[in-house]
Design a protein around this ligand. Structure first.
Ligand code: ADP
Length: 476
């Protein structure tokens, strides 16, 4: 069995150890390399940034700046590994939050907003002047101390037999004097070398510190970053869940639509059959039941359509076709569609008016018609027979047209007015249930108007009537 005790080698004194450590030579290498690297970074950054800024008015500038930023981030990564491997710096790398759904531009903006990007740039710029300085100092220190050591060696070993020995033999100098001279040179060289190595290690320590501060994150920052990443992940998960929910509503509404439309169609046919044929009086109730079933399926169909509209808007499936067109045309279309029915079935008069010289409006024509139909139908629904509903357009201000739907109907209680654009909100449940609404129509109107870049408000006085105002942009 081998003896387990090992004999510890006596540690050499620090002034000897400093020359035996690999780190001392890695420090020298790092400092010498800092100058050419710093120069390359400096030239690249100055050219990249200047070209980017000077061409910024055309798209090339943004691309050049983005490209320069990507390269400087890569250079910072390289410097980070250099400082870690050569200087032994412990640097906590900053992590860019993953943005899988973001566009290239959004990612670049996020990078530009990250302070780490600018700290990295500062480090790369700093590398040039500090690199020159450290390169020069390292080279001078090494050259001087090496020069003195070599001189000492030359005096002591090479020239001694020719210069010192004859002097000693002829009695002009003592061996002690010559030895002292030699030791003085060798000692000075060695001492200077120690000082040089100490100084070099201090310069390396400065770079190490700068790299840690400018290229890495502190413990606290890293913890914060970790927490921010977790929060971003949780938000992303929540957003995905939300998106799935919306998609579910879209899919579900799609699926419900066809069977409900089919039931409604069949009920309608049955109704027509019962109306056309001369049915015995005991079967009259059949017609009544069919009527109710038909109305309810119609209602269900409306609800599905409204849900689908809202879900589409939420899941960004709403594609607007914004164009400039005369609002008069759209108003006329709505009037033609509704006026005859309103007067025939409800004895309500629908009037319309458009201010002269109204500029074209900027909107999605079909959606605007949908909005107006919704408001006018509501106005008719909540106005007693013999009432008046008006549809007008006029200038609201220099850049907006106001579309006004007014009625002299039942009005909306003050406490409800602030909520009527909310989903499923019905001002007076008992009253409106009889009229068949689900409280989604105005929410859809609101979302559509906002999507078109406009706004909608409502004014009303209970018992006197209501006014809905939609503000839309004019085409310039
Ligand atoms: P609904 O389908 O129930 O009519 P809306 O979202 O269109 O749903 O309207 C929400 C509520 O606002 C209605 O329930 C009704 O009480 C009220 N409302 C809307 N328009 C008018 C109006 N012109 N006059 C009076 N009340 C109205």
């Amino acid at each position: 069995m081998k003896p387990s005790a090992s004999i510890d080698k006596p540690a050499s004194p620090w002034w000897l150890q400093i020359f035996r450590e690999k780190q001392s030579y890695l420090d020298i290498l790092y400092l010498l390399a800092s100058f050419p690297l710093g120069l390359v970074y400096f030239v690249f950054l100055v050219v990249g940034i200047s070209v980017g800024i000077s061409t910024f008015i055309i798209w090339i500038g943004a691309a050049v700046l983005a490209g320069t930023m990507l390269v400087w981030l890569a250079l910072a990564e390289f410097e980070r590994s250099l400082a870690t491997q050569w200087l032994g710096a412990s640097i906590i790398s900053p992590t860019q939050p993953a943005m899988p759904d973001a566009t290239f531009m959004q990612k670049m903006v996020a990078r530009a907003k990250n302070p780490m990007t600018w700290k990295a740039l500062a480090f790369l710029f700093l590398k040039f002047p500090c690199g020159i300085l450290s390169f020069t100092i390292t080279l001078v220190l090494l050259a001087v101390s090496l020069g003195i050591v070599i001189t000492g060696l030359i005096i002591g070993l090479i020239t001694a037999p020719f210069v010192a020995l004859p002097l000693v033999i002829s009695g002009k100098s003592s061996p002690d004097q010559q030895l002292r001279k030699y030791l003085l040179f060798a000692g000075t060289g060695y001492g200077l070398a120690i000082i040089s190595f100490l100084f070099i290690s201090q310069m390396a320590a400065f770079f190490k510190y700068a790299a840690r501060k400018l290229l890495g994150v502190s413990d606290e920052e890293s913890r914060l970053q970790e927490m921010a990443n977790r929060a971003a992940y949780a938000t992303e998960q929540a957003a995905q869940a939300d998106q799935r929910r919306r998609q579910l509503i879209v899919d579900m509404s799609h699926e419900l639509r066809t069977p409900v439309a089919s039931i409604s169609g069949h009920l309608e046919s049955l109704l027509m059959m019962t109306e056309n044929q001369d049915i015995p009086s005991q079967q009259e109730s059949l017609a009544r039941y069919l009527n109710v079933a038909h109305q309810e399926t119609e209602r269900l169909g409306t609800l599905i359509d409204e849900l689908l509209s809202l879900a589409r808007m939420e899941s960004d499936e709403l594609h607007l076709d914004i164009q400039a067109f005369p609002i008069r045309e759209a108003i006329e279309e709505v009037y033609e569609l509704i006026a005859p029915l309103a007067s025939k079935e409800r004895q309500i008069t629908l009037v319309r008016g458009v201010a002269p010289d109204l500029p074209p409006v900027l909107a999605d024509r079909q959606r605007l018609i949908q909005i107006m139909l919704n408001l006018v139908r509501n106005a008719i629904k909540y106005t007693p027979s013999g009432g008046l509903v008006s549809l007008n357009a006029e200038m609201a201000d220099a850049s907006h047209i106001a579309l006004i739907v007014a009625d002299n109907g039942v009005g909306i209680p003050e406490e409800d007015l602030a909520h009527i654009f909310e989903r499923f909100y019905r001002a007076d449940t008992s009253r409106t249930r009889a009229t068949g609404g689900f409280g989604l129509g105005l929410a859809i109107v609101h979302d559509l108007v906002v999507a078109m870049g406009g706004s909608v408000t409502a004014e009303s006085k209970e018992g006197e009537g209501s006014r809905f105002l939609i503000f839309l942009r004019v085409a310039s």
